[in-house]
Design a protein. Structure first.
Length: 120
């Protein structure tokens, strides 16, 4: 017999997720840094991982693809650093640095609709 499904608990968790402002998913930060994603520059909170920032920016994320803890490697992305060299890194493990330019997003993540953003 599998785990018991608790409808009341499910509804409480759903309510929390639906009412949590996106700002609550972020690590503490004091300033914004510039992150370029596919030629668009975004001011984003420092001290946060790339995967978390893509969520914050409301990119379309196929959440089931990502473990968020460094195991699956599905969050690999390509970026160019200040020295101009291209590198591959894991979005869930890599903290944003000012001037970072993402040139290829992980599979399963696409830019969101910029007109529907509501980042509270
Ligand atoms: S999300 Fe699985 S390794 Fe990053």
């Amino acid at each position: 017999m599998g785990p018991k499904f608790d409808l009341e608990e499910f509804l409480i968790i759903k309510e929390v997720l639906m009412t949590t402002p996106l700002g609550d998913i972020l690590e503490d930060y004091e300033r914004l840094v510039q992150l370029t994603i596919l030629k668009t520059v975004y001011p984003v909170p420092e001290n946060n991982t790339i995967l978390r920032l893509l969520q914050y920016l409301q990119f379309n994320i196929t959440f089931g693809r990502f473990c968020w803890n460094g195991d699956c490697k599905n969050c690999a992305f390509r970026y160019r650093g200040p020295d101009g060299r291209e590198r591959t890194a894991l979005g869930c493990q890599t903290v944003v640095r000012s001037g970072m330019k993402i040139v290829k997003l992980p599979a399963g993540i696409t830019p969101g609709d910029p007109d529907s953003s509501d980042r509270t």
